[in-house]
Design a binder for this molecule. Sequence first.
Ligand SMILES: NC(=O)c1ccc[n+]([C@@H]2O[C@H](COP(=O)([O-])OP(=O)(O)OC[C@H]3O[C@@H](n4cnc5c(N)ncnc54)[C@H](OP(=O)(O)O)[C@@H]3O)[C@@H](O)[C@H]2O)c1
Length: 328
Amino acid sequence: MPDVILVTGGTGLVGRGIKWVIENEPEGSRFGKRPGETWIFASSSEADLKDPEQTRKLFQKYKPTHVIHLAALVGGLFKNMKYKLTFLRDNNLINDNVLHTSYETGVKKVISCLSTCVFPDKVTYPLDETKIHLGLPHDSNFGYAHAKRMVDVANHAYKDQFGCNFTSAIPTNVFGPYDNYDLEGAHVIPALVHKCYLAKKNGTPFIVGGTGKPLRQFIYSRDLAKLFIWQLREYDDVEPVILSVGEDEEVSIKDVADAIVKAVDFRGEYSFDTTRADGQFRKPATNKKLLSLIGDFEFTPFQKALDESVQWFLQNYDTARTGVKNST
Ligand SMILES: NC(=O)c1ccc[n+]([C@@H]2O[C@H](COP(=O)([O-])OP(=O)(O)OC[C@H]3O[C@@H](n4cnc5c(N)ncnc54)[C@H](OP(=O)(O)O)[C@@H]3O)[C@@H](O)[C@H]2O)c1
């Protein structure tokens, strides 16, 4: 039976990255489409995965043999803090429907997407795959983090009770084409890209919140896509894998802002608002497990990945998720 790979959340940042890699890597190569494979990239308009019946219908329609499960209620700090129950409940429903329907329909393998937010607030760094359940997550994303953690619990239970091949991936901060640039809820890179674009357009200063000193690990969506495809084809264990650049590839928020200024070709006034809170200085995650398993893998240099993402944003401003069209 030919493989049918269903990507839930296939229209989001990560899903679009996988679609791009599948369509652009040479067919038959390590990350390219394999002969006979069908890839389905589902959106919420095709099936609301909070609903068991709609989930069942989606699976009946495509009969997936493999699932990359990305669909989630995702949001920035403010939304996570304000809607804790919604984040907990919606993500629990989505994950339960996808995993249980996968089990009932005999899907051979499911990879679900977690996040480094699942890790305990009080933990020793670097983060690694063994530390997920060692303490409570940060209070700000309590609902989202608990729902995501439960996927790891469910994966173990499905394996122990039914022998299912369900596993998970833990990406660090993702960026790339099709990101969410809505200033109300965007992550740091798309938010700064949008702010810099507006500063250039309006001839106003580009002001970055905080000192610019905190360090973060960012992964390009198209690199992450390759790692998901590797995990789908070459990794068969229930334990999660952190999908990230190395700890030595952390970049500061100032590095990010400098790279954005360069990519946007912004020549106006540019400064840091040091009265704004910085957040945690660093929260490094190790990619040792990934590298020990995948062998050779080349991450796209940060500036190149950022240039490609900014070019995509500039060329697709009218259709990108900027929040602007929603309010007009
Ligand atoms: N972005 C990051 O930095 C980051 C970091 C770590 C982990 N992750 C994880 O990566 C995964 C993908 O995130 P993303 O950044 O690509 O998010 P995104 O761009 O906001 O995309 C979310 C996707 O989920 C779909 N979706 C949301 N609610 C749904 C529902 N009720 N039923 C069906 N589909 C639904 C959306 O469909 P529509 O397009 O139709 O709305 C969209 O395709 C998530 O599991 C997230 O937790 C993201």
